[in-house]
Write a protein that binds this ligand. Structure first.
Ligand SMILES: *Cc1c(COP(=O)(O)O)cnc(C)c1O
Length: 463
């Protein structure tokens, strides 16, 4: 055995203790560390590969010394950029164990890991009040869950034309339109990966002042399609204003027209953890495939999302992985090897399982409501200050705003100035063609005090 491996084998406890100390120091410092890091100029992407190596403890120290200051405080209470969750204590502890256990979650048989994944996706389904007939598969993120949805839709469309696309490919089939309103960019990527093409998206008109699409316009287009199949991608929580497409109306349309309904509920789906918000997604039970992220509003560390579907047999057709040394594919929901884009798979369901066990229905309802109340308060503070403009009503947990009367350059400058100040981090976006800043509040740690500190920082900024 190589000398460093032999030494580290004997010193494993000391190495893990040091990692635990570094983790503790990072977590304790989250409140004072800048919300987002900045890289110094001149850091290189090239580093020499050592001949001998330095051993684990020295490598840990080296990383800590050279890079700690370049880590962002993204699991902290005031990182509001993009849609970024943190990690609950239970999820964090479980994630540490995932690497220790290092199970390959392919199927039930030689480990409980697949069983735990089944339990985790089923508990999440219960939390959100979704149909018990759905099955779920953990993937790395909502982009991959959207990809799974598009791949299943493709298979379903193929069947309409008497084609097994998974076996025979798409060539020669008529193009299929994908109707969507404010689809997330990852839907375009998913369509590219699925061979349907980014240009298959047919953008539907939005309702006035909303990010939800006009269902009547969709109904007319579906009517024109006659018997030909289409794909509809609905948003359950748009990233800017957390708007929801009218799923109840889509459920009704499904009675009359042939389309696959995919719902991207990456973070907005989690609003259903609070019973008072569940009506936003009335009709979701008509969906054929649904995306929800665990690493956003569920506060599980990266990377974890769930692809739900009501069509397990189609999923098996698309993702089955046959070989002499693997069991034959069967449509059972724990044969993840035959259901997921990946073959070898991390035990990424454990943090989700742990956090749902630890905090339950009430814990998640409390977090959702607290985050929404925090967004409401930030929105009120901004609306009450003439230097700022609230760019949209605060529906749930995202606040869209801009300096009053600012052009794109000023908005960009304010975003950078807040980043440099370090109190909080918000990301730039554009809404109805206007440049804005967005604060997405999805972290279990965030309190009203964090909102007051964020607003105080905004007031300090000079445009
Ligand atoms: C974040 C997000 C995605 C993409 O999710 P990843 O987890 O980053 O792959 C897709 N859709 C919506 C609505 C999102 O908010």
């Amino acid at each position: 055995m190589h000398a460093h491996l032999k030494h580290d084998f004997a010193a494993l406890d000391a190495i893990l203790d040091r990692a635990r100390e570094l983790a503790g120091a990072y977590l304790e410092g989250l409140d004072t560390r800048p919300a987002a890091a900045s890289l110094p100029p001149g850091v290189s992407a090239h580093i020499a590969l050592p001949e001998q190596g330095v051993g684990a403890l020295a490598a840990l120290e080296q990383f800590h010394r050279d890079y700690d200051a370049m880590l962002s405080g993204s699991p902290g209470a005031r990182y509001f950029g993009f849609v970024t969750g943190g990690g609950t204590p239970a999820a964090l502890a479980a994630d540490w164990l995932v690497s220790t256990y290092d199970q390959n979650t392919q199927r039930n048989g030689d480990t409980c890991a697949s069983l735990i994944e089944l339990q985790a996706v089923d508990m999440l389904r219960q939390l959100l009040g979704w149909p018990s007939a759905w099955t779920g598969t953990c993937v790395t993120g909502a982009t991959m869950a959207n990809y799974v949805g598009m791949a299943l839709a493709r298979q379903w469309v193929g069947h309409h034309y008497g084609r097994d696309v998974a076996a025979e490919g798409l060539h020669g089939l008529p193009p299929v339109p994908v109707f969507a309103g404010s689809a997330h960019s990852s839907t375009f990527k998913a369509l590219s990966m699925a061979g349907l093409g980014r240009q298959s998206i047919h953008a539907l008109p939005q309702q006035a002042g909303r990010e939800a699409f006009d269902v009547d316009a969709l109904a007319r287009l579906l009517h024109e399609r006659g018997e030909q199949p289409s794909i509809v991608v609905a948003s359950a929580g748009t990233v800017n204003t957390v708007d929801y497409d009218d799923l109840a109306a889509l459920a009704e349309l499904k009675q009359k027209h042939r389309f696959w309904l995919h719902v991207d509920a990456a973070f907005g789906g989690v609003a259903a953890a609070s019973p008072s918000r569940r009506a936003l997604m009335d009709g979701i039970e008509a969906a054929d495939s649904v995306t929800v992220d665990a690493h956003k509003w569920l506060n599980v560390p990266y990377d974890c999302a769930i692809a739900y579907t009501a069509h397990l047999p189609l999923q098996l057709e698309v993702f089955q992985n046959q070989s002499a040394y693997l069991p034959a594919p069967e449509a059972v929901p724990d044969h993840f090897l035959h259901l997921a884009p990946e073959n070898s798979r991390r035990f990424r369901a454990l943090p989700l399982w742990m956090t749902l066990q630890a905090y339950g229905r009430e814990g998640y309802a409390e977090m959702v409501e607290r985050n929404c109340a925090a967004a409401q308060r930030l929105g009120e503070l901004i609306a009450g200050d003439p230097r700022w403009r609230l760019a949209a009503p605060v529906r749930l947990n995202v606040v869209c705003f801009a300096p009053a009367g600012a052009d794109a350059a000023v908005v960009a400058r304010m975003q950078k100035a807040l980043h440099a100040d370090g109190t909080a981090y918000v990301s730039p976006s554009s809404l109805h063609g206007q440049p804005i800043l967005r604060a997405a509040i999805c972290n279990w740690r965030t309190t009203m005090d964090d909102i007051d500190r964020t607003f105080a920082a905004l007031q300090r900024l000079k445009p």
